[in-house]
Design a protein around this ligand. Structure first.
Ligand code: ACK
Length: 749
């Protein structure tokens, strides 16, 4: 080789000149120094790396010197309660190596002082913190309401040899509120033959102020019949137990963010009668008491079953006496299904027995003869002087909606939304207005709008809720068209599904789930709202009268609910599918301007909304699943939450989009002719949708008739130079709409 020839030969041994090296004296030839290395000496056995380039010990001398990678790019975050998901794209410069991995540094920051500390060992990283090969990671078990900075550093095999600054991209996030972590440490106290005392420690991560504990216990192997008691302290005594029996206890804590999960099971055994007798001088009175307790318990259980079967056989209201007779059990007996569906009842009353769900059951405020009793049962009365109204933010059915501040004694000031009841209201209006508070006050979940309390003792009557900075989801999405990553949109949908799962577990059917009834806060957390009693009948401007007399928001409602008022959690799942469609299409109106009658007809005939633009195939499939005609085939909300969690954990599953050309096929005949539609020419149509600037391009490229235009796909638009997403959307949606109208015969053929 010409380069080799220039190296000198002494005593038959080749001596490498500067710029060349020979790793072994036995090797015959000199090699040129690999990239980013040099040698100024003759007879070098290796080359030295240039400044800022390095060689690992394990790198062969023939390998180029390399350097640390540049910083990762485009990091995005998605916060879900106290978990944060981070995703980024690889660095522009891998430093010349293939062994790039990522390291996550976590810092907890104090918002005012701008000071940050290391996060400490409580944070878990999934799959790991160091040596990440993928470009995403999830951090769990963070503290609630805390500012964190995550630094995503790209490292490679020579990063630790470089004295230069670390190359990272940082992301600041604030975690949301979260339920407390489980109680882990439960100790038995005094044990008698009929009672067991317990004490426990506060959960490791309370994530807020603990409002109360719920203690669930049952006799071992008799889980179907359990008792729940509540305690504000960290100790309790369960009484009325059977002697010499093992009882299983589980405890969970509640904060403003809701209940945490139950602790693991703790088993304790009451002492036998004989032991108790020998240590107890007062045996006879105790037996008498326990017989009495037994009789009372029997009476309670009997009354309980009676009220259960009463509900099952369709009596309209549970007896208010029930609540008075055993208030401790009121959440069970007071439950009435006056307004609920018989099929839903099976969730709680099965084969004549009460199925006790793990969560409390929603109580219809209609159960109460006195609506004031219901509202005070579930909502805290607030003194008007604690509220400062700042400005009007909207209009509700009953009066203005304002924003303001709430300062309760001993608590920090909170931003709140205040719904007011206008002056001159009727008694029914007052009842309906406060009915929403009676419903909302029963819920306690981070994805359900939180009720702070009500003002009923002075005027105006008010409902005070947490403040959601970004208002209603539909308006917010329209204002921010195209501004979010798919992961952010899925995060919003996940929140809504989690809220709906909670409601369906409580046995509550929403009936008006729509993006306009979801509120969104500054952290993009979505919360289900609008629990008005008469809402579906009167309040929602989208609701229309059906032939059967009810008023229903047609575009959001399942066919069986429209046809025969079969409102269930499965019909809520249909509406959830429509909300998914609204979210992915940034607040587009479902079925555009089709009339309600045409929507009913199209859906009955098996047509479904087409995929929104740029929609991940997995999301559209979930929408179609929610729109199954057979309501039992629709996914349950827990399945929806699980599915969305999986997608969030594995974002590459969201990369496959619904094929643009197949977008229309679901709702429409694909090759429908638009020639006989509302517009006589392509120019007229484009002008009508304010896209007249493209008329010439369309005409020049052969789209000179409405029939030809009907075949245009998104790819065609891009090819024609329509690059603005907003314009693409306008044109494709208008085409879609025209085809829908034709298919439904709205435009005379
Ligand atoms: O889209 P918006 O700004 O959000 O306009 C409506 C308006 O009041 C009438 O309902 C807004 N709104 C309702 N509840 C709240 C709340 N809790 N926080 C913030 N805005 C709210 C809603």
């Amino acid at each position: 080789m010409p380069v080799e020839l220039k190296n000198k030969i002494y005593n038959g041994v080749k001596v490498c000149r500067p710029g060349f090296f020979k790793a072994s004296p036995h090797s015959q030839s000199c090699s040129k120094c690999p990239p980013h290395s040099y040698t100024h000496e003759e007879a070098s056995t290796s080359c030295v790396c240039e400044k800022d380039y390095f060689r690992r010990e394990s790198d062969p001398p023939t390998m180029a010197c390399t350097r640390p990678p540049s910083a990762p790019r485009n990091a995005i975050s998605n916060v879900n309660e106290t978990s944060v998901f981070l995703e980024w794209i690889p660095p522009a410069d891998a430093g010349g190596r293939k062994d790039v991995s990522y390291y996550i540094a976590c810092k907890k920051c104090h918002s005012h002082a701008g000071v940050c500390d290391e996060c400490g060992g409580h944070v878990r990283y999934l799959p790991r913190q160091i040596g990440l090969k993928n470009t995403s990671v999830m951090m769990v078990d963070l503290l609630a309401h805390t500012n964190y900075t995550f630094e995503i550093e790209a490292v490679n095999g020579v990063s630790d040899l470089s004295p230069g600054a670390r190359q990272y991209v940082s992301v600041n996030v604030t975690t949301n509120q979260a339920a407390p972590s489980p109680v882990t440490n439960v100790k038995k106290g005094k044990i008698a033959k009929n009672s067991i005392s317990l004490s426990w420690q506060e959960p490791d991560r309370p994530n807020g102020i603990i409002l109360e504990y719920e203690i669930k216990y049952f006799e071992k192997d008799q889980e179907t019949s359990y008792t729940i008691i509540k305690s504000k302290e960290t100790s309790v005594t369960a009484e009325g137990l059977k002697p010499a029996s093992v009882y299983v206890f589980q405890i969970r804590a509640r904060t403003a963010a809701g209940y945490g999960v139950f602790s693991r099971r703790f088993e304790f055994e009451t002492i036998p009668v004989s032991v108790a007798a020998s240590s107890d001088q007062n045996q006879i009175p105790i037996i008498a008491v326990s017989v009495t307790v037994g009789v009372i318990l029997l009476a309670v259980v009997f009354g309980f079953l009676l009220s259960g079967s009463c509900c099952e056989w369709g009596c309209g209201r549970a007896s208010p006496l029930c609540a008075v007779a055993h208030p401790g059990l009121m959440w069970r007996c007071g439950y009435s299904k006056a307004k609920q569906d018989p099929e839903e009842e099976k969730m709680h009353f099965h084969n004549g027995h009460i199925k006790l769900p793990g969560v409390r059951t929603y109580i219809d405020p209609h159960t109460y003869e006195d609506p004031n009793q219901a509202v005070h049962e579930f909502a805290k009365e607030i003194e008007a002087s604690c509220i400062t109204i700042e400005r009007v933010i909207g209009a509700g059915e009953f009066g203005e909606v304002c924003s303001g501040r709430l300062k309760l004694p001993g608590k920090r000031e909170l931003p709140v939304a205040i719904k007011t009841l206008k002056v001159g209201y009727t008694e029914k209006q007052r009842r309906d207005f406060l009915g929403e508070a009676s419903i909302m006050g029963q819920f306690d979940h981070p994805n359900i709008i939180h009720l702070e309390g009500v003002v009923t003792k002075s005027k105006p009557v008010m409902i005070v809720t947490e403040y959601m900075e970004n208002g209603s989801l539909d308006t917010f999405l329209k204002k921010n068209d195209g501004q979010f990553t798919v992961i952010q949109l899925v995060g919003m949908l996940r929140g809504i599904a989690a809220g709906m799962k909670y409601l369906s577990d409580m046995g509550y059917v929403h009936r008006d789930l729509a993006a306009r009834n979801i509120l969104i806060n500054s952290n993009l957390v979505c919360k289900v709202s609008d629990f008005g009693l008469s809402r579906v009948l009167e309040d929602d401007p989208e609701a229309a009268y059906t032939t059967r007399g009810g008023k229903i928001p047609i575009r959001w409602t399942a066919p069986e609910a429209i046809a025969f008022r079969k409102f269930t959690s499965a019909s809520d799942a249909w509406s959830y599918g429509i909300v998914m469609w609204e979210v992915v299409s940034y607040g587009e109106r479902p079925y555009w301007e089709m009339t309600n009658q045409d929507v009913i007809k199209a859906v009955e005939e098996g047509y479904r909304l087409p995929s929104p633009m740029d929609c991940p195939a997995a999301l559209y499939q979930l929408m179609l699943d929610c729109w199954q005609k057979d309501r039992n085939s629709r996914p349950k909300f827990d399945e929806i939450v699980n599915m969305l969690d999986k997608l969030i954990r594995n974002p590459s599953s969201l990369k496959t989009l619904v094929n643009a050309s197949s977008r229309v096929s679901n709702l429409l005949a694909e090759h429908v002719s638009l020639g006989s539609g509302a517009y006589r020419s392509v120019g007229e149509w484009l002008e009508a949708i304010k896209m007249g600037r493209y008329t010439e391009i369309f005409m020049e490229n052969g789209y000179s008739s409405m029939d030809a235009v009907a075949q245009v796909t998104l790819e065609d638009l891009r090819r024609l130079g329509v690059t603005l997403v907003g314009h693409q959307k306008k044109i494709m949606n208008s085409l879609q709409e025209m085809k829908v109208q034709l298919v439904n015969g709205m435009v005379p053929l």
